[in-house]
Design a protein around this ligand. Structure first.
Ligand code: HEC
Length: 276
């Protein structure tokens, strides 16, 4: 169920987004088309130019961060091409210049997070974890730090509980749709056996046990429990204190079977995925 390829892909996805966003704000565009479309742009030449610029301005933290992003992206392209050893050395270079950038200009949570990923990719998981922890402490509301740390905990340490804590926190920070879906998928991986299926497992329970009152014409029609959308008014993904679960645990409307409560709990803890 856990494999290295999965963690690499998962972290990378988020991290590339972060690196790209960073590069946009620094005015450096990786996606910039070549000036002449028949000229193949050589990323190593770009990197050389940036290295020279950074050497001439050794105290420019933004230039260094920028260079770190370029190393990172080049490492990614090498790894995607199958050259793992070469890729690792570029990730190590990225981590080193990110560190320099942070020494010059501390408390940049995005760079701290990317440094964690660069360290991880270059084969330094302990240092990676330290960087992720620091990033989360620096800004507990920074989604990418929570997310990458969660992914790291899940696949590197197989620490489901720790991962769930970070991923749930990330989910509660209201990420955009793509990231939200990704977090839900990851949360499902933190649950033994994966997430229960809403249509096959959850809906029948709510329909049979609840909809007679919590449905059209029922005494609790104002708290409807017959569509995913309305059920989610009583569920916070990843939160065991969700009213739906609490209510069922309290023996409402009748004492529930342990398996039923476990099922609902696993579904909520797995991010409460909807109908596929
Ligand atoms: C026999 C009718 C009946 C059934 C069946 C029933 N409920 Fe309720 N439910 C109520 C009533 C009445 C209330 C309001 C009083 C209370 O909170 O207990 C309520 C309240 C709730 C609330 C709080 C709603 C709010 O607006 O805060 C939740 C959540 C809830 N029920 C969940 C469930 C779930 C889950 C099931 C199925 C396992 C279920 N109920 C089955 C009658 C019912």
């Amino acid at each position: 169920m856990f494999n290295k390829a999965a963690i690499l892909k998962a972290i990378l996805l988020v991290c590339t987004a972060a690196a790209l966003a960073g590069s946009f704000s620094y005015g450096y565009y990786y996606a910039k088309p070549p000036m002449h479309s028949y000229v193949q742009q050589d990323p190593l030449q770009d990197i050389k130019a940036m290295e020279q610029k950074a050497a001439q301005n050794p105290n420019d933290a933004d230039l260094l961060a920028n260079l770190g992003n370029a190393y990172f992206d080049y490492g990614t392209s090498l790894r995607d091409g199958g050259s793992n050893d070469d890729a690792n050395s570029f990730f190590a270079k990225a981590a080193a210049v990110y560190q320099k950038a942070l020494d010059l200009k501390p408390n940049q949570v995005g760079i701290e997070t990317d440094m964690g990923t660069a360290l991880y990719y270059s084969g330094q998981p302990d240092q990676a974890e330290a960087a992720y922890k620091k990033a989360v402490a620096m800004d507990p509301k920074y989604i990418n730090a929570r997310l990458n740390y969660g992914i790291f905990l899940l696949y590197q340490h197989m620490d489901r509980k720790g991962a769930r804590e970070q991923l749930t926190a990330a989910l509660q920070l209201n990420p955009s749709g793509d990231i939200r879906n990704k977090i839900r998928t990851l949360l499902a991986d933190t649950t033994e056996g994966g997430a229960p299926n809403y249509t096959n497992d959850i809906e029948p329970v709510l329909f049979q046990g609840c909809a007679s009152c919590h449905g059209p014409g029922g005494v609790m029609a104002r708290a409807p429990l017959y569509t995913y959308y309305t059920v989610m008014k009583f569920v916070t993904p990843g939160d065991p204190k969700s009213p739906l679960l609490q209510k069922m645990k309290s023996g409402h409307p009748v004492k529930q079977k342990t398996e039923t409560i476990d099922l609902i709990e696993r579904w909520i803890m797995a991010g409460a995925p909807g109908p596929q």
